[in-house]
Design a protein around this ligand. Structure first.
Ligand code: HPA
Length: 234
């Protein structure tokens, strides 16, 4: 057992899907995996291992924001020998032509978080996806006729934007969307020499202020999870 995960060593697969919401982890396990077993209930942050196309794979809720997700990533890597972390999450659009339900595969993640500042001080590390996982996700999406965008995302420390709508700056630099975890996960994966990828579905727009319905979110989630499971077991 680690501090926040109640599994025995060997109960978690080498590849772990990371939705922020623990109930999404349950839904993914029960909808897509064969013989899912729940290995964690500490803090209600559910984690499951099952099989997909004959290979073991796990899915672990990671909570909201970089600090929460990094607790789980650190323990998965260091206590359970996890080698591939694939975030599946939602994001807010920063671009006019990126609409509700659209898929984003994060090549890189900018951030408002200070996690890397104490390490790199006045320099700035650029957190990027594992090329191998990224390439597999892009190939899978292309081969299966799924539309997607790939590029830079913002991992923000605050969900609620400030009144000045700071998103304009990120938008001008081509950042596609905002979420709250990817830059942390990519940085931690690099530090521990494991692979990471974030696949995101647009659930709201900072420009039009529209939000998707729970049904729309579920449809978007299905495509994203299908890509993640196929990449994770390839
Ligand atoms: N901001 C931050 N994180 C998010 C958002 C958002 O608008 N939508 C989904 N995750």
């Amino acid at each position: 057992m680690s501090m926040h995960i109640g599994a025995e060593k060997g109960e978690i697969a080498e590849t772990v899907l990371l939705p922020g919401d623990p109930l999404r982890a349950k839904w993914i396990a029960e909808t897509f995996l064969k013989d899912p077993v729940c290995y964690n209930q500490i803090r209600g942050m559910l984690g499951y291992t099952g099989s997909f196309k004959g290979k073991q794979i796990s899915v672990q809720g990671s909570g909201m924001g970089i600090p929460s997700s990094l607790i789980y990533c650190f323990e998965l890597i260091n206590n359970y020998d996890v080698k591939k972390l694939i975030r599946v999450g939602t994001a807010g659009s920063y671009q006019k032509d990126l609409s509700l339900g659209d898929l984003v595969i994060a090549m890189a993640a900018s951030t408002t978080s200070g996690i890397n500042n104490s390490i790199f001080q006045t320099a700035h590390y650029a957190p990027t996806a594992s090329f191998d996982l990224f390439h597999k996700a892009v190939s899978y999406a292309e081969q299966n006729g799924m539309e997607f965008r790939a590029g830079n995302v913002l991992s923000a420390d605050e969900f609620y934007d400030d009144p000045d709508d700071l998103y304009h700056l990120w938008s001008r630099y081509g950042v596609l969307c905002v979420e709250m975890e990817t830059a942390g996960i990519y940085s931690m994966a690099a530090r521990h020499n494991v692979e990471a990828l974030s696949i995101l579905t647009i659930s709201d727009s900072l420009i039009t202020k529209v939000r998707s319905t729970p049904e729309e979110r579920e449809t978007g989630f299905r495509e994203m999870v299908e890509i993640a499971l196929n990449v994770g077991t390839a």
